[in-house]
Structure formats: C-alpha cells, structure tokens
Design a protein around this ligand. Structure first.
Ligand SMILES: Cc1cc2nc3c(=O)[nH]c(=O)nc-3n(C[C@H](O)[C@H](O)[C@H](O)COP(=O)(O)OP(=O)(O)OC[C@H]3O[C@@H](n4cnc5c(N)ncnc54)[C@H](O)[C@@H]3O)c2cc1C
Length: 473
C-alpha cells in the first residue's frame, strides 16, 4: 500500500504534518504530488513575481524531497477543477491507502478538498487533514457565548490561555525513504509526467526553506529584542521579513513561534518585550485565519460589517493610478508605494498608511487596493491582506473606528522623522531639509519636480467622515 501527500501552500519538508504523518513508522511507501495552477493563481489575484517564486519553491521542494527518497509528481493545470480531476484519475490508476494534506482555509480551496475527500471516502481511501497554518485550529476558540471572536485582544488572551505559555516542538523532516520498494511502473509514471516549472532568479527573494530558517535565526538573534521599539520605523528594516516564507509555507508559524519561545526562556507572553510583541503579530495572523473560516463571506470580498457595503465609494481611476504609481504628492505614501513595486513587500506601518489614504482621503473602495496589493506583494495572503485592508478601511472585524484617520504627514514625521525612508525611494527629495521631506512647499515641489497633493488632507478627511457617518450602524 502506498500513501500520497498532496503539497499546496506548505512547500517544505520540515514541520510538515501531512508529510510527517505519511512517513510515520517509515513502513509504507510514500509518493507526493503538487500542481502548478497559474491561471487559477492569477484569478486569485496573485502577481507574476509571486507566481515565479512559487515555481522556484516547487522546484526546490522537488529537490529536497528527492534527497529523502520521495518522488514528487509536478503537474501543470489551468484550474482547481482540473487538479481534482487529475488527482482522482491518478488515484484510480495507482493504489493508494491514504491521501494526506494540510488544510487551506479559502473557500475555493475548501470546496476542492471537499470534492476530493468525498471521492476518497467513496473509494476507501483514508483522508488525513492537518492544520499547519495555525497553532490552534480555526473554530476551537470561542467567546463565552460560543461565538467566534470578532475582536483581536480577547482572541489573543484566549489563544495564550489555551497555549499555557507552552509551544509544541515542530516535527523533523522524515528520514530517507528506500525508493527501491516503490514499483517501477509507478516511479516511471512519476518521472515521465513531472513537468518542473521554469522560474527566474528574483533580485531579492529566495524561495527555499533554508533561507527562511536563516532569516528567522538572524532576526531572533539580532532585531527581535528591539522589535517593540523599532518595528514601526520603516527605514530601520527591523521586522523579520518572514511573511513571504510563511505565505508560501516555506516556514510554518509553529517553527517561528517555537523558535521565538525558546529564545524567550520558554514564554509566549511573559519574557522579553520585543519577542512577546513579535509573537503577538503572529497571533494577529492566526486571528485573521480564524475569521476567514468563521465568516467565509470574507473570501467573497464582502465587508465584514455589512452596513459598510453601502458606502458610496468614488469611481476615480485617475486618482487610483496616482496612488498605485506613487504620485499622490504625499511623500510617505509615494515612497511606500514605490517600495511595494520594487521589493514586492511593504512595511506594516506603511501598509496601514497607504491603505487608509486610499480608502479615506481618496475614498476609493478597499477592494481596489486589496487587489493591487495582492498582485504586487510576494507575501500576498487572502486572510491577512483582507484583514489589513478591512482594518484600515474601518469595515472589518475590530477595524480602526471610521473617525480615526491617519494624517499622512504626521505619521511621516513620527515614524520617519528624518525622512530617511522617504529619500530611499524618492531620491529627488534628497536635497530638501529633513523637515520639508514630509510635506514640501509649493516652491520645493516645483524645484524637485514633485507633484502637488492629489487631495488636501482636511478636505479628504472631512469627505470621508461624512460618507462613513452616513453608513455607520
Ligand atoms: C493593508 C494591509 C495589507 C496586508 N497584507 C498582507 C498580506 O497580504 N500578507 C501578509 O502576510 N501580511 C499582510 N499584512 C500584515 C503585515 O503588514 C505583514 O504581515 C508584515 O508587514 C510582514 O512583514 P514581516 O514579516 O517583517 O512582519 P513582522 O513584523 O516580522 O511580523 C511577523 C509575522 O507576523 C505576521 N503579521 C505581522 N503583522 C501582521 C498583521 N497586521 N496581520 C496579520 N499578520 C501579521 C506576519 O506573518 C509576519 O511575517 C497586511 C497589513 C495591512 C495593513
């Protein structure tokens, strides 16, 4: 009997519960499969850069599985429906005792898994599903009234209580399998039908497990202790930069939290302030995943607060384009948008500033911004992106109250006081004194060929307040 492991957004061999389960006792043969589904990924708003990195991650996974004697069949398909069909055909052609996979929480992915699981059930193939994206499975934490948490702070409290200051250890990569016991027929099928995707080296990101581990170690050895003081200063680049590895499943949240827990004298909340604060951010990540499962409408681009689906957003494609291109005339917003295009990543403080600027000052639908971020971020992730956008637009669970509108200039003065970040991405403002970089005068703008503000702050703020007030329940 042979066991099958189906890899999706868990492209790693360490701490992969589905893989570890398939290799338990090292007694039965294990084969693996994954799909490259570019058109479906594009339909899910993933951009070119991210897709290229996913292809690299699949090629790297193929190599690491091969080192431990597990053949990976890599198939190119156009849609999840085609993947289902292919997988079922394969399970009809070869005899499998079980199918193992780690759960994805998005609606289309869940429907795909339900269809495949149903077929397996009818055909006596055991399906083993695991939660590798959260330390506590969605649905397990409930309020006293038995409802899902809608607010982060009590969720965090409940999460920490459940964990009891303890973090289970990640599981190791399996031992090497002796491939000679797998039938020749099967091995030949796996080799002849594997179509490894072509990918190009990215200027900044390396999509393999080792790079993720190195970055985690380096962050915990260096910046983590100051995380609570430095995490909001974009110019310091003092956050972990691990969201990309987490989004592709090159690292698991358990590996991150466990390593942090070890560095924190075995505490999740009572140790070093920097590490505690960092763990809290990973709990935000879990919170948004729990919400996505409890409120599947979030996958359908609905506002968490239904009243806000009536907001009269402006249909302003030119303003939107200026935002995308970093031409709004607000240096901190523009520098951030240029960072996004250049690095495929944006600092969290800047994600909040730019998202709030789009949805409040420009009064443009958060869905436009969510879509644009998703297409440009290498860490694009439906739960966190949707959560972040709805938080900023005040339409989400535990979102910022609609009347709290960041003033981009004040944010800039506070978090980039010398304007170092601004000039990194807008070098044309480098000749201005630090004070002027946040909001250059008309003459300075002319001199630097920098545009006038797309909207005046006070006017934009008041327009947003009036519009939101009309919908606030
Ligand atoms: C409008 C908006 C859109 C966002 N889109 C995404 C997205 O598509 N993908 C994504 O992973 N994160 C998203 N975030 C959350 C956050 O900005 C990034 O996770 C973070 O900036 C990644 O950098 P880092 O790995 O250095 O984070 P660190 O500060 O080192 O944090 C560690 C990890 O905690 C998690 N995390 C941190 N902050 C948050 C948060 N606010 N919400 C959820 N998880 C968090 C991430 O997995 C991150 O890697 C978004 C936030 C906003 C406001």
């Amino acid at each position: 009997m042979t066991r099958l492991v189906w890899f999706r957004t868990d492209l790693r061999i360490h701490d992969n519960p589905a893989l570890a389960h398939a290799r338990r006792n090292n007694d039965e043969d294990t084969l693996a499969i994954t799909f490259v589904v570019e058109p479906q990924w594009q339909q899910h708003q993933l951009g070119e850069r991210r897709i290229n990195l996913m292809k690299q991650a699949i090629a790297e996974l193929h190599a690491s599985l091969s080192n431990i004697g597990i053949p990976l069949l890599t198939i190119t398909k156009a849609s999840f429906a085609e993947c289902e069909e292919h997988l079922i055909k394969l399970m009809q052609e070869f005899t499998f005792s079980e199918l193992n996979f780690n759960i994805e929480y998005e609606v289309n992915e869940r429907l795909r898994d339900i269809n495949v699981s149903r077929w397996c059930h009818d055909n006596d193939i055991v399906v083993n599903k695991f939660h590798d994206q959260c330390l506590i499975a969605p649905g397990e934490l409930k309020t006293l009234g038995g409802d899902p948490y809608r607010v982060y702070s009590p969720f965090r409290k409940s999460w920490l209580k459940e964990m009891q200051e303890f973090c289970p250890a990640p599981c190791a990569a399996p031992e090497k399998q002796d491939e000679t016991s797998i039938s020749q027929n099967t091995l030949i099928h796996w080799q002849e039908n594997t179509n490894l995707p072509k990918w190009e080296t990215d200027d900044e990101w390396i999509a393999d497990e080792n790079s993720g581990h190195e970055r985690l170690r380096e962050f915990l050895d260096k910046d983590a202790l100051h995380y609570h003081e430095w995490r909001d200063i974009p110019d310091l680049d003092a956050t972990s930069g691990l969201s990309f590895y987490l989004a592709l499943g090159l690292l698991s949240p358990r590996q991150c939290i466990y390593t942090a827990w070890q560095s924190n004298a075995c505490a999740l909340s009572g140790g070093e302030e920097g590490i505690n604060t960092w763990i809290n951010e990973l709990i935000w990540r879990e919170f948004y995943r729990h919400l996505l499962v409890a409120y599947p409408n979030l996958c359908k681009h609905k506002s968490f607060k239904p009243d806000y689906d009536d907001i009269k957003w402006r249909d302003a494609p030119d303003d939107f384009q200026r935002w995308c291109d970093g031409e709004t005339g607000y240096p901190i917003v523009d520098a951030a948008m240029k960072q996004l295009k250049e690095r495929g990543w944006m600092h969290n403080r800047l994600r909040m500033i730019t998202a709030m600027f789009l949805t409040k000052h420009l009064l443009i639908d958060w869905r436009w911004g969510e879509d644009y971020f998703s297409k440009h971020l290498v860490d694009a992730d439906l739960a966190s992106n949707n959560g972040g956008w709805q938080w900023s637009a005040s339409t989400g669970a535990d979102g910022a109250p609609y009347f709290r509108i960041f003033n981009p200039t004040t944010q800039s003065e506070r978090f980039d006081s010398k304007g170092y970040f601004i000039v990194q991405y807008l070098p044309k403002l480098g000749g201005l004194p630090a004070k002027s970089r946040h909001n250059p005068s008309a003459a300075e703008r002319l001199q630097c060929k920098y545009p006038a503000p797309v909207v005046e702050h006070k006017y934009g703020r008041e327009r947003a307040l009036e519009t939101f007030k009309a919908c606030a329940g």
